[in-house]
Design a protein around this ligand. Structure first.
Ligand SMILES: [Zn+2]
Ligand SMILES: [Zn+2]
Length: 422
Protein backbone atom coordinates (compact mmCIF):
# COMPACT_ATOMS: atom_id res chain seq x y z
CA UNK A 1 0.00 0.00 0.00
CA UNK A 2 1.64 3.22 -1.16
CA UNK A 3 1.09 6.53 0.56
CA UNK A 4 1.57 9.66 -1.48
CA UNK A 5 3.44 12.62 -0.07
CA UNK A 6 1.75 15.99 0.35
CA UNK A 7 4.34 17.38 -1.97
CA UNK A 8 2.92 20.85 -2.13
CA UNK A 9 4.15 21.33 1.41
CA UNK A 10 7.57 19.81 0.88
CA UNK A 11 7.06 17.14 3.46
CA UNK A 12 8.84 13.85 3.28
CA UNK A 13 7.59 10.57 2.03
CA UNK A 14 5.97 8.21 4.50
CA UNK A 15 7.52 4.84 4.69
CA UNK A 16 5.26 2.22 6.03
CA UNK A 17 2.14 0.33 5.22
CA UNK A 18 -1.15 2.05 5.78
CA UNK A 19 -2.30 -0.81 7.95
CA UNK A 20 0.12 0.31 10.60
CA UNK A 21 -1.06 3.90 10.48
CA UNK A 22 0.35 6.97 8.93
CA UNK A 23 -0.17 9.79 11.37
CA UNK A 24 2.98 9.13 13.40
CA UNK A 25 5.26 8.27 10.55
CA UNK A 26 5.67 11.48 8.62
CA UNK A 27 8.96 13.26 8.87
CA UNK A 28 10.50 16.28 7.31
CA UNK A 29 12.74 15.14 4.48
CA UNK A 30 13.96 18.49 3.29
CA UNK A 31 15.07 19.83 6.63
CA UNK A 32 12.93 22.88 6.23
CA UNK A 33 11.45 23.24 9.65
CA UNK A 34 9.38 26.35 9.48
CA UNK A 35 6.14 24.36 9.37
CA UNK A 36 4.84 22.75 12.49
CA UNK A 37 3.94 19.08 12.21
CA UNK A 38 0.61 20.03 13.71
CA UNK A 39 -0.05 22.14 10.65
CA UNK A 40 -0.32 19.09 8.44
CA UNK A 41 -3.96 18.52 7.75
CA UNK A 42 -5.12 14.94 7.64
CA UNK A 43 -6.85 15.63 4.36
CA UNK A 44 -3.49 15.97 2.64
CA UNK A 45 -2.58 12.33 3.18
CA UNK A 46 -3.47 9.95 0.45
CA UNK A 47 -3.12 6.30 -0.33
CA UNK A 48 -3.88 4.17 -3.32
CA UNK A 49 -6.49 1.46 -3.40
CA UNK A 50 -8.36 -0.57 -6.01
CA UNK A 51 -12.06 0.15 -6.42
CA UNK A 52 -15.05 -0.58 -8.66
CA UNK A 53 -16.15 2.78 -10.08
CA UNK A 54 -19.46 3.45 -11.82
CA UNK A 55 -18.96 6.25 -14.38
CA UNK A 56 -22.27 5.91 -16.22
CA UNK A 57 -25.70 4.67 -15.18
CA UNK A 58 -28.03 2.80 -17.51
CA UNK A 59 -25.52 0.83 -19.55
CA UNK A 60 -27.17 -2.17 -21.20
CA UNK A 61 -27.04 -5.66 -19.77
CA UNK A 62 -25.40 -8.12 -19.87
CA UNK A 63 -22.95 -6.23 -17.69
CA UNK A 64 -20.17 -8.71 -18.33
CA UNK A 65 -20.15 -7.15 -21.80
CA UNK A 66 -20.92 -3.47 -21.11
CA UNK A 67 -18.70 -3.40 -17.98
CA UNK A 68 -20.43 -0.50 -16.16
CA UNK A 69 -18.16 -0.97 -13.16
CA UNK A 70 -14.54 -0.13 -13.89
CA UNK A 71 -11.97 -1.81 -11.66
CA UNK A 72 -9.12 0.65 -11.28
CA UNK A 73 -6.59 2.14 -8.93
CA UNK A 74 -7.90 5.26 -7.20
CA UNK A 75 -6.60 7.66 -4.59
CA UNK A 76 -8.09 7.72 -1.13
CA UNK A 77 -7.54 10.59 1.26
CA UNK A 78 -6.96 9.71 4.88
CA UNK A 79 -9.68 10.10 7.49
CA UNK A 80 -10.63 13.66 8.39
CA UNK A 81 -12.19 14.69 11.69
CA UNK A 82 -14.76 12.14 12.81
CA UNK A 83 -13.82 9.76 10.01
CA UNK A 84 -12.34 6.28 9.91
CA UNK A 85 -10.17 4.38 7.41
CA UNK A 86 -11.51 0.83 7.05
CA UNK A 87 -10.03 -2.14 5.24
CA UNK A 88 -13.05 -3.73 3.59
CA UNK A 89 -12.83 -7.50 4.11
CA UNK A 90 -16.27 -8.47 2.76
CA UNK A 91 -18.82 -6.59 0.64
CA UNK A 92 -22.23 -7.94 -0.34
CA UNK A 93 -23.85 -7.15 -3.68
CA UNK A 94 -27.34 -5.87 -3.03
CA UNK A 95 -30.16 -4.98 -5.37
CA UNK A 96 -29.72 -1.32 -4.38
CA UNK A 97 -26.27 -1.43 -6.03
CA UNK A 98 -27.82 -2.87 -9.17
CA UNK A 99 -30.49 -0.16 -9.05
CA UNK A 100 -27.77 2.48 -9.30
CA UNK A 101 -26.07 0.59 -12.14
CA UNK A 102 -29.30 0.30 -14.17
CA UNK A 103 -30.38 3.85 -13.32
CA UNK A 104 -33.59 3.01 -11.47
CA UNK A 105 -32.13 4.51 -8.30
CA UNK A 106 -30.33 7.58 -9.71
CA UNK A 107 -27.22 8.72 -7.86
CA UNK A 108 -24.45 11.16 -8.73
CA UNK A 109 -21.64 9.57 -10.74
CA UNK A 110 -18.83 8.74 -10.90
CA UNK A 111 -19.33 6.73 -7.74
CA UNK A 112 -17.58 3.94 -5.86
CA UNK A 113 -20.48 1.53 -5.24
CA UNK A 114 -21.14 -0.94 -2.42
CA UNK A 115 -23.07 -0.36 0.81
CA UNK A 116 -23.32 -3.74 2.62
CA UNK A 117 -19.97 -4.61 4.16
CA UNK A 118 -17.73 -5.53 7.03
CA UNK A 119 -14.13 -4.64 7.67
CA UNK A 120 -11.33 -3.75 10.04
CA UNK A 121 -10.60 -0.25 11.33
CA UNK A 122 -7.08 0.75 10.27
CA UNK A 123 -6.89 4.41 11.21
CA UNK A 124 -9.09 6.94 12.95
CA UNK A 125 -9.24 10.67 12.34
CA UNK A 126 -9.30 13.37 15.02
CA UNK A 127 -12.26 13.24 17.35
CA UNK A 128 -13.13 9.57 16.83
CA UNK A 129 -13.65 8.15 20.29
CA UNK A 130 -15.58 4.91 20.05
CA UNK A 131 -13.45 3.08 17.48
CA UNK A 132 -9.79 2.16 17.34
CA UNK A 133 -7.49 0.42 14.88
CA UNK A 134 -8.14 -3.33 14.82
CA UNK A 135 -11.84 -3.09 15.64
CA UNK A 136 -14.12 -5.19 13.45
CA UNK A 137 -17.05 -3.22 12.07
CA UNK A 138 -20.19 -3.53 9.98
CA UNK A 139 -21.17 -0.53 7.87
CA UNK A 140 -24.54 1.15 8.32
CA UNK A 141 -25.80 2.73 5.10
CA UNK A 142 -27.47 5.75 6.73
CA UNK A 143 -24.90 7.76 8.71
CA UNK A 144 -27.22 8.99 11.46
CA UNK A 145 -26.10 12.38 12.77
CA UNK A 146 -27.70 11.92 16.18
CA UNK A 147 -28.85 15.55 16.29
CA UNK A 148 -31.76 15.98 13.86
CA UNK A 149 -35.39 15.40 14.87
CA UNK A 150 -35.69 11.88 13.34
CA UNK A 151 -32.48 10.86 15.12
CA UNK A 152 -33.65 12.44 18.36
CA UNK A 153 -36.94 10.54 18.13
CA UNK A 154 -35.40 7.13 17.57
CA UNK A 155 -35.70 6.96 13.78
CA UNK A 156 -32.11 7.16 12.52
CA UNK A 157 -33.02 5.56 9.17
CA UNK A 158 -34.72 8.86 8.38
CA UNK A 159 -31.79 11.03 9.53
CA UNK A 160 -32.06 14.32 7.63
CA UNK A 161 -28.34 14.99 7.48
CA UNK A 162 -27.40 11.39 6.69
CA UNK A 163 -29.91 11.06 3.87
CA UNK A 164 -28.94 14.46 2.46
CA UNK A 165 -25.31 13.33 2.33
CA UNK A 166 -26.34 10.00 0.78
CA UNK A 167 -28.33 11.75 -1.96
CA UNK A 168 -25.36 14.02 -2.67
CA UNK A 169 -22.94 11.06 -2.73
CA UNK A 170 -20.73 12.46 0.03
CA UNK A 171 -19.75 11.50 3.54
CA UNK A 172 -21.78 12.94 6.41
CA UNK A 173 -19.73 16.15 6.56
CA UNK A 174 -20.08 16.74 2.81
CA UNK A 175 -16.55 15.64 1.95
CA UNK A 176 -15.45 13.21 -0.77
CA UNK A 177 -12.33 11.13 -0.12
CA UNK A 178 -11.86 9.20 -3.41
CA UNK A 179 -10.29 10.56 -6.61
CA UNK A 180 -9.65 8.84 -9.90
CA UNK A 181 -6.31 8.76 -11.70
CA UNK A 182 -7.02 12.18 -13.24
CA UNK A 183 -7.72 13.68 -9.84
CA UNK A 184 -11.48 13.91 -10.36
CA UNK A 185 -13.56 13.35 -7.21
CA UNK A 186 -15.54 10.10 -6.98
CA UNK A 187 -18.80 10.03 -5.04
CA UNK A 188 -19.49 7.76 -2.10
CA UNK A 189 -22.33 5.24 -2.16
CA UNK A 190 -24.49 5.68 0.94
CA UNK A 191 -21.45 6.78 2.93
CA UNK A 192 -19.91 3.31 2.55
CA UNK A 193 -18.36 2.68 -0.92
CA UNK A 194 -17.41 -0.87 -0.05
CA UNK A 195 -16.38 -2.02 -3.53
CA UNK A 196 -12.87 -0.90 -2.67
CA UNK A 197 -10.16 -2.57 -0.68
CA UNK A 198 -9.97 0.49 1.57
CA UNK A 199 -12.57 3.13 2.21
CA UNK A 200 -13.08 6.10 4.50
CA UNK A 201 -16.40 6.46 6.31
CA UNK A 202 -17.91 8.72 8.95
CA UNK A 203 -17.79 7.18 12.40
CA UNK A 204 -21.61 7.37 12.29
CA UNK A 205 -21.52 4.81 9.44
CA UNK A 206 -19.85 2.11 11.54
CA UNK A 207 -20.99 -0.34 14.19
CA UNK A 208 -18.38 -2.34 16.10
CA UNK A 209 -19.05 -6.09 16.18
CA UNK A 210 -17.79 -9.22 17.89
CA UNK A 211 -14.56 -10.14 16.03
CA UNK A 212 -15.40 -13.86 16.10
CA UNK A 213 -18.07 -13.47 13.40
CA UNK A 214 -16.68 -14.29 9.91
CA UNK A 215 -16.58 -11.16 7.75
CA UNK A 216 -18.52 -12.61 4.82
CA UNK A 217 -21.39 -13.38 7.18
CA UNK A 218 -21.12 -10.17 9.18
CA UNK A 219 -21.43 -8.06 6.01
CA UNK A 220 -24.96 -9.37 5.42
CA UNK A 221 -26.09 -7.80 8.68
CA UNK A 222 -25.40 -4.33 7.24
CA UNK A 223 -28.25 -4.39 4.73
CA UNK A 224 -30.10 -7.65 3.98
CA UNK A 225 -30.67 -8.82 7.54
CA UNK A 226 -30.91 -5.34 9.07
CA UNK A 227 -33.58 -4.41 6.53
CA UNK A 228 -35.55 -7.67 6.48
CA UNK A 229 -35.55 -8.45 10.19
CA UNK A 230 -36.20 -4.81 11.01
CA UNK A 231 -39.20 -4.67 8.66
CA UNK A 232 -40.80 -7.49 10.67
CA UNK A 233 -39.77 -6.49 14.18
CA UNK A 234 -39.48 -2.68 14.03
CA UNK A 235 -41.82 -1.60 11.24
CA UNK A 236 -44.65 -4.15 11.33
CA UNK A 237 -44.22 -5.46 14.90
CA UNK A 238 -45.54 -8.86 13.89
CA UNK A 239 -47.20 -10.71 16.78
CA UNK A 240 -47.03 -14.48 17.43
CA UNK A 241 -49.76 -16.42 15.68
CA UNK A 242 -50.43 -13.87 12.97
CA UNK A 243 -50.04 -14.74 9.30
CA UNK A 244 -47.29 -13.37 7.06
CA UNK A 245 -46.69 -13.38 3.30
CA UNK A 246 -43.47 -12.25 1.63
CA UNK A 247 -43.27 -11.24 -2.04
CA UNK A 248 -39.69 -11.40 -3.35
CA UNK A 249 -37.02 -13.68 -1.88
CA UNK A 250 -33.71 -11.93 -2.38
CA UNK A 251 -31.46 -11.26 0.59
CA UNK A 252 -34.02 -8.92 2.15
CA UNK A 253 -37.09 -11.09 1.47
CA UNK A 254 -35.42 -14.19 2.90
CA UNK A 255 -34.51 -12.13 5.96
CA UNK A 256 -38.18 -11.18 6.29
CA UNK A 257 -39.02 -14.89 6.35
CA UNK A 258 -36.43 -15.42 9.10
CA UNK A 259 -37.87 -12.50 11.04
CA UNK A 260 -41.41 -13.81 10.70
CA UNK A 261 -40.26 -17.16 12.06
CA UNK A 262 -38.48 -15.45 14.96
CA UNK A 263 -41.63 -13.44 15.71
CA UNK A 264 -43.74 -16.61 15.89
CA UNK A 265 -45.84 -15.94 12.81
CA UNK A 266 -47.86 -18.77 11.24
CA UNK A 267 -48.40 -19.49 8.43
CA UNK A 268 -45.51 -17.85 6.55
CA UNK A 269 -46.13 -17.79 2.79
CA UNK A 270 -43.15 -17.12 0.53
CA UNK A 271 -43.69 -15.90 -3.05
CA UNK A 272 -41.14 -15.70 -5.88
CA UNK A 273 -40.62 -16.76 -9.49
CA UNK A 274 -37.37 -18.69 -8.89
CA UNK A 275 -37.70 -22.25 -7.62
CA UNK A 276 -34.34 -22.29 -5.82
CA UNK A 277 -35.32 -19.23 -3.81
CA UNK A 278 -38.56 -20.89 -2.77
CA UNK A 279 -36.43 -23.78 -1.51
CA UNK A 280 -34.26 -21.37 0.46
CA UNK A 281 -37.36 -19.78 1.96
CA UNK A 282 -38.58 -23.18 3.15
CA UNK A 283 -35.17 -23.76 4.75
CA UNK A 284 -35.38 -20.55 6.78
CA UNK A 285 -38.95 -20.89 7.99
CA UNK A 286 -41.55 -20.48 5.24
CA UNK A 287 -44.46 -22.86 5.78
CA UNK A 288 -45.79 -22.45 2.23
CA UNK A 289 -44.10 -21.50 -1.04
CA UNK A 290 -45.87 -20.05 -4.06
CA UNK A 291 -44.40 -19.87 -7.57
CA UNK A 292 -45.86 -16.61 -8.87
CA UNK A 293 -45.69 -17.64 -12.54
CA UNK A 294 -47.33 -21.01 -12.02
CA UNK A 295 -50.03 -19.88 -9.58
CA UNK A 296 -51.93 -16.68 -8.92
CA UNK A 297 -49.98 -15.47 -5.86
CA UNK A 298 -52.82 -13.32 -4.51
CA UNK A 299 -55.29 -16.17 -4.57
CA UNK A 300 -52.71 -18.59 -3.18
CA UNK A 301 -51.97 -16.34 -0.19
CA UNK A 302 -55.70 -15.84 0.41
CA UNK A 303 -56.30 -19.58 0.29
CA UNK A 304 -53.51 -20.43 2.74
CA UNK A 305 -54.34 -17.65 5.18
CA UNK A 306 -58.11 -17.78 5.03
CA UNK A 307 -58.73 -14.49 3.26
CA UNK A 308 -55.38 -12.72 3.21
CA UNK A 309 -52.38 -12.42 5.50
CA UNK A 310 -52.26 -10.12 8.52
CA UNK A 311 -48.90 -8.80 7.30
CA UNK A 312 -47.73 -8.84 3.69
CA UNK A 313 -44.22 -7.70 2.80
CA UNK A 314 -43.17 -6.51 -0.66
CA UNK A 315 -39.41 -6.87 -1.18
CA UNK A 316 -39.08 -6.52 -4.95
CA UNK A 317 -39.16 -2.81 -5.74
CA UNK A 318 -42.02 -3.15 -8.22
CA UNK A 319 -45.29 -1.25 -7.98
CA UNK A 320 -47.10 -4.17 -9.65
CA UNK A 321 -45.88 -6.53 -6.97
CA UNK A 322 -46.88 -3.97 -4.36
CA UNK A 323 -50.40 -4.08 -5.85
CA UNK A 324 -50.40 -7.84 -5.44
CA UNK A 325 -49.12 -7.54 -1.88
CA UNK A 326 -51.93 -5.12 -1.06
CA UNK A 327 -54.51 -7.47 -2.58
CA UNK A 328 -53.09 -10.38 -0.58
CA UNK A 329 -53.47 -8.47 2.72
CA UNK A 330 -56.53 -9.25 4.79
CA UNK A 331 -59.09 -6.78 6.11
CA UNK A 332 -57.53 -4.87 8.97
CA UNK A 333 -54.10 -6.01 7.86
CA UNK A 334 -50.85 -4.24 7.09
CA UNK A 335 -48.94 -4.12 3.80
CA UNK A 336 -45.27 -3.31 4.29
CA UNK A 337 -43.26 -2.10 1.31
CA UNK A 338 -39.48 -2.47 1.44
CA UNK A 339 -38.42 -2.42 -2.23
CA UNK A 340 -37.42 0.78 -3.99
CA UNK A 341 -39.20 1.34 -7.33
CA UNK A 342 -38.02 4.00 -9.77
CA UNK A 343 -39.07 7.48 -8.54
CA UNK A 344 -41.45 7.87 -11.51
CA UNK A 345 -43.56 4.85 -10.54
CA UNK A 346 -46.98 5.42 -8.96
CA UNK A 347 -49.08 3.13 -6.79
CA UNK A 348 -52.86 3.25 -6.55
CA UNK A 349 -55.38 1.30 -4.50
CA UNK A 350 -59.16 1.47 -4.11
CA UNK A 351 -59.31 4.34 -1.62
CA UNK A 352 -62.39 3.04 0.13
CA UNK A 353 -60.59 -0.12 1.23
CA UNK A 354 -58.24 1.89 3.42
CA UNK A 355 -61.19 3.10 5.49
CA UNK A 356 -63.75 0.36 4.95
CA UNK A 357 -61.24 -2.42 5.65
CA UNK A 358 -59.04 -0.45 8.04
CA UNK A 359 -55.97 -1.15 5.96
CA UNK A 360 -52.48 0.07 6.71
CA UNK A 361 -49.68 0.58 4.19
CA UNK A 362 -46.28 1.07 5.77
CA UNK A 363 -42.96 1.91 4.23
CA UNK A 364 -39.87 0.37 5.80
CA UNK A 365 -36.50 1.95 5.09
CA UNK A 366 -33.47 0.14 6.51
CA UNK A 367 -36.01 -1.89 8.49
CA UNK A 368 -36.82 1.18 10.61
CA UNK A 369 -33.66 0.07 12.38
CA UNK A 370 -31.41 1.56 15.01
CA UNK A 371 -28.20 -0.01 13.71
CA UNK A 372 -26.21 0.27 16.93
CA UNK A 373 -28.97 -1.60 18.72
CA UNK A 374 -30.05 -3.98 15.99
CA UNK A 375 -26.83 -5.17 14.28
CA UNK A 376 -25.37 -6.51 17.56
CA UNK A 377 -28.64 -8.11 18.62
CA UNK A 378 -29.19 -9.91 15.33
CA UNK A 379 -25.55 -11.04 15.36
CA UNK A 380 -26.05 -12.42 18.86
CA UNK A 381 -29.03 -14.45 17.69
CA UNK A 382 -26.99 -15.73 14.75
CA UNK A 383 -24.14 -16.76 17.02
CA UNK A 384 -26.61 -18.53 19.29
CA UNK A 385 -27.83 -20.61 16.35
CA UNK A 386 -31.26 -18.98 16.27
CA UNK A 387 -30.94 -17.19 12.93
CA UNK A 388 -30.09 -19.24 9.80
CA UNK A 389 -28.31 -16.32 8.11
CA UNK A 390 -25.76 -18.60 6.39
CA UNK A 391 -28.42 -19.50 3.83
CA UNK A 392 -28.21 -16.00 2.36
CA UNK A 393 -24.61 -16.39 1.24
CA UNK A 394 -24.82 -17.86 -2.26
CA UNK A 395 -21.11 -17.51 -3.06
CA UNK A 396 -18.01 -15.45 -2.46
CA UNK A 397 -16.37 -13.69 -5.40
CA UNK A 398 -13.46 -11.38 -6.19
CA UNK A 399 -13.83 -7.64 -6.82
CA UNK A 400 -12.91 -8.25 -10.46
CA UNK A 401 -16.05 -10.42 -10.83
CA UNK A 402 -18.41 -7.58 -9.89
CA UNK A 403 -19.93 -7.01 -13.34
CA UNK A 404 -20.71 -10.70 -13.80
CA UNK A 405 -22.16 -10.68 -10.29
CA UNK A 406 -24.54 -7.88 -11.31
CA UNK A 407 -25.78 -10.11 -14.15
CA UNK A 408 -26.39 -12.98 -11.74
CA UNK A 409 -28.30 -10.66 -9.40
CA UNK A 410 -30.38 -9.25 -12.25
CA UNK A 411 -31.54 -12.71 -13.31
CA UNK A 412 -32.57 -13.49 -9.75
CA UNK A 413 -30.54 -16.68 -9.56
CA UNK A 414 -28.71 -15.75 -6.35
CA UNK A 415 -29.54 -14.36 -2.91
CA UNK A 416 -26.27 -12.77 -1.89
CA UNK A 417 -22.85 -12.76 -3.51
CA UNK A 418 -20.11 -11.37 -1.30
CA UNK A 419 -16.83 -9.89 -2.50
CA UNK A 420 -13.97 -11.00 -0.29
CA UNK A 421 -10.35 -9.97 -0.35
CA UNK A 422 -10.96 -6.93 -2.53
ZN1 LIG B 1 -28.72 -3.03 0.30
ZN1 LIG C 1 -29.88 12.77 12.12
Amino acid sequence: MVLLAPEAHGWGVPVRDAREGWSAEWRMANGNCHYSLLAIRYEEFRMKTVAAVLYEMGKPSPYRVSQPLVIEEVELEGPGPGQVLVEVTAAGICHSDLSVVDGSRPRPVPMVLGHEAAGIVREVGPGVQDLKPGDHVVFSFVPACGRCIPCATGRPALCENGNRANAAGTLLDGSVRFRDAQGRPLHHHLGVSAFSRYTVAAQESLVRIDPSVPFEKAALFGCALLTGLGAVVNTARVEPGTSVAVFGLGGVGLSVVMGARLAGAWPIVAVDVVETKLDLARQVGATHAVHARRDDPVQAVRDVTGGGAHYVFEAVGSEQVLQQAYQATRRGGTTVTIGLPHPSRMFSVPAVTIVGEERTIRGSYMGSSVPRRDIPRWLALYQAGLLPADVLLSRTIALSDVNEAMDALATGEVARQVIVGA
